[in-house]
Design a protein around this ligand. Structure first.
Ligand code: FES
Length: 139
């Protein structure tokens, strides 16, 4: 049985909350986002490997990261704030990170822009495999 995207978002968010190392604030009203750590902070958190789909990724509800797994065992992380006008990205559709504010698309592999209006890639974060978890922090 394969969990749907909402399950991934929820499980990743709960896992991050359980670890409790991310700065968690509320106030974001976008659907699927429960808060975020301030971009550029040194907050780190752990995300279960099994919550990050191969060929896709997960947008963390309670931290400012997108964590992706372009190929099995290869993990990447990016700041989830769109480089166009700062909306948090909305979804991951296949190998594409989507910002619905104005339609920008980014690669799950390197955060590069695959469709405008954004012109700059998502800001890279650090993703390190640690057993059954991926430790994510701002670079
Ligand atoms: S803020 Fe993301 S496309 Fe405009």
């Amino acid at each position: 049985m394969t969990p749907d995207r909402r399950t991934f978002l929820t499980s990743a968010g709960l896992a991050a909350l359980a670890v409790g190392t991310a700065a968690v604030t509320s106030g974001c009203t976008s659907s699927g986002s429960g808060g975020s750590a301030a971009p550029g902070t040194s907050a780190s958190l752990s995300v279960p490997v099994d919550s990050i789909p191969v060929g896709g990724g997960v947008i963390l509800d309670n931290a400012s990261f997108v964590v992706t797994q372009p190929t099995a065992g290869e993990f990447r992380a990016f700041n989830k704030m769109c480089t166009h006008q700062g909306c948090p990205v909305s979804s991951i559709e296949g190998a594409t990170i989507v910002c619905r504010c104005h339609g920008a698309h980014f690669s799950i592999t390197d955060g590069s822009v695959t469709q405008g209006p954004a012109t700059k890639p998502l800001r890279a974060a650090t993703a390190v495999l640690d057993g059954a978890e991926v430790r994510v922090s701002a670079t």
